[in-house]
Design a protein around this ligand. Structure first.
Ligand code: ADP
Length: 431
């Protein structure tokens, strides 16, 4: 690998020397800037911008390794729609980035299309043409955490040993900065958890202190015991949520995928919450086609139960919930199935819609309902761990529809799609 000597750049004294010195000074300056933020999104954007500047390319992107799925995932791109790209999981086998991550070595390609490892799916999805690219591993000690890619060198010049050296240096600095930002995210989360635990703990403390006084009337005593029981339940629910979210965030949550019918799972979940819906006269309608997916059934069940209980909690009395399983219009999409949970509740304002997937976020008007404000962030992370997406549409005083996508299983069902089914009938007010 003559032109890949990354330990030292070409140091022949020439007119290029000045240019090289300027480049390294720039690199040093960027390294300093990288360490000045702990916000992961800002940091990744800085890295891709720096990469295009340093080696003069049209585009740069960062793919980080997702330990849950073992796939690479786009986390930032310099000048293209990041959200379109994050939906595309990049396989370790059959992609150049995967090759770089597996071998832990840089790789350059002067004609991408003629390279059998080139993964054409990304270009197709974002309507871009990759002509040449250079990809280097982002390593911490010997562990690869991702891949930094630069694409289409300006004027289509050939990649040089100096490009590889510069990008490798940037990538190793970037890897450390990413790890620091991740550690900070975790410690931030712990601070939030402690803060959230304080409220139920304060209620329990006050109740126990009062109960220790002898002269409490029996009625008041019973009321306090009920409060204590409710707060204990809340603490239990919170700790489960905290653990689940921490696992998902750190990538320790493994997906145990199997093939199953989405409609059957929806029906199973509806069965579990039917009574709760019936108590408020809420009707639940399940409709759609019997599509099979390949996903972690237990985790998808958790997502569905969260959306369904929210659709009950935030619905009006005598309302309706429609659960639909459908195929997406874009048949080539990696997540070709869509599940919609639609309610007839109060809706969520556009401002609140921006925040409902954030940890601990609860819309003030609905705060009287029990909840931790973690359900939706857990649900979204579960869906994203499958490489799919989750979102919502809502109209105030009309209702809200949460949707998520799922991968289509390779083998499709043998059965005919069943007709719509009504699962929970409204309680007859006369009864
Ligand atoms: P929780 O329900 O435990 O508070 P979630 O993360 O599940 O937490 O939801 C976050 C917030 O989003 C809720 O507190 C509520 O304000 C709002 N929300 C969720 N689902 C709906 C819905 N179907 N209709 C209206 N508001 C909703």
């Amino acid at each position: 690998m003559t032109d890949r000597d990354v330990s030292r750049p070409n140091s022949t004294p020439s007119a290029d020397d000045q240019h090289l010195v300027a480049r390294y000074e720039h690199l040093l300056e960027i390294t300093r800037q990288l360490n000045s933020t702990l916000d992961l999104g800002t940091l990744l954007n800085r890295i891709v911008r720096a990469a295009t500047e340093l080696v003069n390319t049209e585009q740069a992107s960062i793919l980080l390794l997702d330990p849950a799925t073992g796939e690479l995932r786009f986390e930032a791109a310099s000048n293209l729609s990041g959200s379109a790209m994050t939906a595309i999981p990049v396989p370790m086998e059959g992609s150049l980035a995967g090759w770089v991550a597996t071998h832990g070595e840089p790789e350059m390609v002067n004609d991408a299309r003629s390279d059998s490892r080139w993964f054409a799916n990304v270009d197709k999805t974002i309507k871009f043409t990759t002509r040449n690219l250079l990809a280097v591993p982002m390593k911490i000690k010997n562990e690869v955490i991702g891949v930094l890619e630069v694409i289409n060198k300006n004027d289509d010049e050939k990649w040089t040993g100096d490009d590889i050296y510069t990008l490798t240096t940037l990538a190793s600095q970037a890897a450390i900065a990413v790890q620091n930002a991740r550690l900070f995210q975790q410690s931030d989360f712990i601070a939030e958890i402690v803060h959230e635990l304080r409220t139920p703990l304060a209620a329990l403390r006050a109740s126990t202190a009062l109960l220790m006084r002898a002269n409490i009337p029996e009625l008041r005593r019973a009321e306090m015991l009920r409060t204590m029981h409710e707060e204990t339940e809340r603490l239990t629910a919170m700790t489960t949520d905290f653990l689940d979210l921490a696992r998902l965030e750190s990538g320790r949550a493994r997906l145990e995928t199997s093939e199953f019918s989405v409609l059957e799972l929806v029906q199973e979940c509806v069965g579990l919450i039917r009574e709760q819906a019936g108590e408020r006269g809420i009707e639940i309608v399940v409709r759609g086609e019997d599509r099979r997916t390949e996903a972690d059934r237990t985790k998808i069940k958790r997502v569905l139960l969260n959306l369904l209980t929210n659709a009950i909690k935030y619905n009006r009395d005598q309302g309706t919930i429609y659960c639909t399983v459908d195929r997406r219009d874009d048949l080539t999409a990696p997540c070709g199935l869509v599940v919609l949970i639609q309610d007839t509740g109060h809706g969520i304002s556009p401002e609140n819609q921006k925040h409902v997937f954030e940890k601990f976020y609860r819309v003030a008007a609905t705060a009287s309902q029990t909840g931790t404000g973690l359900g939706l962030s857990i649900a979204r992370r579960i869906i994203e761990a499958h490489g799919c997406e989750m979102g919502l549409t809502s109209e105030l005083n009309v209702g809200t529809t949460f949707y998520f996508t799922l991968p289509i299983a390779h083998a499709q069902p043998r059965r005919e799609p069943p007709a719509s089914a009504v699962f929970s009938r409204p309680k007859d007010p006369s009864q």
